[in-house]
Design a binder for this molecule. Structure first.
Ligand code: M6R
Length: 610
């Protein structure tokens, strides 16, 4: 949610910042803005995408220090005035912000009484004016003024600011919203995530909550909330530019769908031994005893990650015989808190920054549960705050619609469940060998499915007209039905619902007529007969069946108007295959409808507000 970039060095800051903002645009794209210092403050900002800002800036900003922002609107509609950066009254200070200032109304009232004027509807403008009010009393230290101002603020923030009276420094501070420093040679960058700095440096420092940093072109200092100077660890980035570019694909989403065989191979590499039938997960070996003795596992996540959590529930219960509850992270804190010592929480997050997931993690930790992370972004807040965890190693996912993160998350959950099952003795070596052998074949089976892309595109062309879609699945295919529906609605804006197939009879069946495409995921053998009955029920009401089923399942294929087959696999692994055609279906429907696939309206990749 909102992307922040800053630069200080010898280059034209506006160019570096715009380049960085383009890479962060997936975090929000309602408006964009840029402030640089060149004697005085130079500012351009406006509604629309970074490309629009680039046009506005043209060759007008020559300063070598500056900050930029791409916005996902919270307070105030996306328009020119509400765009960041926001200025102090005297026009000397410019500030960008990611997060929500909860007491902004109270602060605004106080500042208005003191004579400060406000132009935008944002909560952010309050921070700029508040810092100015402290500088008006003591103009000797910008950092001091920022610290005093942040003391009065409640809520979440990642902020960056420049001031024309302090022309060689950028100040950044974080509480609840991610920020990192990129350490270059004679230049420094700041950004909401590493993709914005990867072209300039591979050395980064992650800021933690409560910290404030002063950055100049050759140096940086970081202080804790208690104003103690800190020596921060410098991390090496393992991020290539190739990974964060489209590489010839029309959209990141399509690239990421096609990257799944590689992503899953990377995820499995060094973790499985097919001959021995063993799984090694370095990140959780030290907590294995606690996992084995867990009373129960609570999985907390949002969106697609929640869907992979649902698959995880089936996996852990089947393979490790441990009770699992899957919670929407956003709802977790509003329930009676029964989690505690002896329980294990697994938080799943691609970005590692989702505010609700982070809050669930903190709550569970505070109550004594062991908290494990299944995260993609290395060094993200969730990855750092969990007790232990397993990275999914899917590589950067930039398309707002999550694809390869889902399959990599499910792969990691599978590995965890097998590892735990072996440790507990709920599966034996022979069973584990069979599972691991089959799991090792999944990447090549996904390759096979991707060869049917033209056929899936054809089906998409026929159904792009539909205002509604229904997705049905049983057992392991139920979370896949939810995921298929989410993919379609978020990028094509078609209303879609996913249901356990049997639930159809308890309501949704009323929606079925000759206009309704019903996507049936009939990919688990043990539910096949029941799925066939459901297909018949839909057909009897003239619904149009698109089936995803196993190769050789002619009974389902013959009943369906269109079918896409997935290679034969064990039921437990079917979500890793059956989801692929659904990703492609939603992609091509969205393209046909002229939607912006990588940046769907109203959405942001990383949801850092609650
Ligand atoms: O980064 P996270 O995995 O924590 O994100 C969770 C959801 O915001 C995310 O999966 C969202 O639902 C995607 N847009 C789905 O494609």
């Amino acid at each position: 949610m909102c992307g922040i970039v800053g630069y200080v060095g010898n280059k034209q800051a506006s160019k570096v910042i715009i380049d960085g903002l383009k890479r962060l645009e997936y975090r929000g794209y309602d408006s964009a803005g840029l402030a640089t210092l060149n004697g005085t403050l130079e500012l351009n900002k406006g509604k629309g995408k970074v490309a629009n800002l680039e046009k506005l800036v043209g060759d007008s900003q020559h300063g070598k220090i500056g900050i930029g922002h791409t916005r996902w609107a919270t307070h105030g509609e996306p328009n020119d005035i509400n765009s960041h950066p926001h200025l102090s009254q005297n026009g000397k200070l410019a500030l960008v912000h990611n997060g929500i200032i909860e007491n902004y109304n109270t602060l605004k009232k106080k500042l208005t009484e003191q004579g400060y004027e406000f132009y935008s509807e944002t909560d952010t403008e309050v921070i700029a004016k508040l810092i100015e009010s402290f500088l008006d009393k003591d103009a000797s230290s910008l950092k001091k003024a920022v610290q005093l101002a942040l003391h009065q603020v409640t809520g979440t923030y990642g902020i960056a600011l420049v001031h024309s009276d302090f022309p060689d420094q950028i100040i950044v501070a974080r509480k609840g919203s991610p920020l990192l420093l990129g350490i270059g040679d004679g230049e420094m960058l700041i950004a909401s995530d590493a993709s914005a700095v990867a072209a300039y440096t591979d050395k980064v420092v992650y800021l933690d909550d409560g910290e404030i940093a002063v950055i100049t072109k050759d140096d940086y200092t970081v202080e804790s909330a208690e104003q103690v100077e800190l020596t921060k660890e410098v991390h090496e980035l393992a991020l290539s530019l190739e990974e964060i570019e489209k590489g010839g694909y029309d959209h990141f989403m399509l690239k990421e769908i096609f990257e799944q065989p590689k992503a899953l191979s990377d995820c499995l590499r060094g973790r499985i031994n097919v001959n021995e039938g063993t799984v090694t997960l370095g990140g959780i070996e030290s907590v294995m005893e606690q996992l084995v003795n867990a009373n129960r596992i609570v999985i907390a996540a949002c969106g697609t990650s929640w869907h992979s959590g649902l698959v995880g529930e089936y996996l852990f219960e089947y393979l490790a015989k441990v009770p699992v509850e899957v919670e929407y992270a956003s709802e977790f804190r509003y329930k009676e808190q029964l989690i505690g010592e002896g329980d294990v929480m697994i938080v799943i997050s691609q970005s590692g920054e989702t505010a609700d997931t982070l809050a669930a993690l903190r709550e569970a930790k505070e109550r004594g549960a062991l908290v494990l992370g299944v995260v993609n972004v290395v060094g993200s807040t969730i990855a750092r705050e969990t007790d232990a965890g397993v990275y999914i190693h899917a590589g950067p996912e930039i398309g707002v619609a999550s694809t390869k993160a889902f399959t990599a998350q499910v792969t990691v959950l599978t590995l965890m469940a097998i590892r735990l099952g072996l440790e507990k003795g709920t599966i034996d070596k022979k069973h584990a060998k069979k599972l691991i052998k089959e799991l090792s074949l999944i990447p090549s089976k996904i390759e096979e499915i991707l060869k049917q892309t033209d056929q899936i595109q054809h089906v998409s062309n026929l159904f792009s007209y539909a205002p509604n879609f229904l997705y049905l699945g049983r057992s392991y295919s139920f979370p896949v039905a939810l995921e298929g529906a989410l993919k379609l609605k978020e990028i094509s804006y078609i209303h879609a619902e996913g249901y356990p197939a049997a639930e159809m009879k308890h309501g949704p069946i009323a929606l079925i007529d000759e206009m309704m495409p019903v996507v049936v995921i009939a990919a688990t053998h043990h539910t096949n007969d029941k799925m066939i009955s459901n297909i018949e029920e839909v057909k009897a009401r003239k619904g149009r069946i698109i089936a995803i089923t196993n190769a050789g399942n002619n009974e389902v294929a013959d009943l369906a108007e269109f079918s896409c087959t997935i290679p034969e696999t064990l039921d437990v692994f079917s979500p890793l295959l059956s989801v692929i055609p659904l990703q492609l279906l939603s992609y091509y429907v969205a393209v046909n409808r002229g939607c912006n696939v990588d940046q769907p309206r109203n959405l942001a990749k990383s949801v850092t507000v609650e």
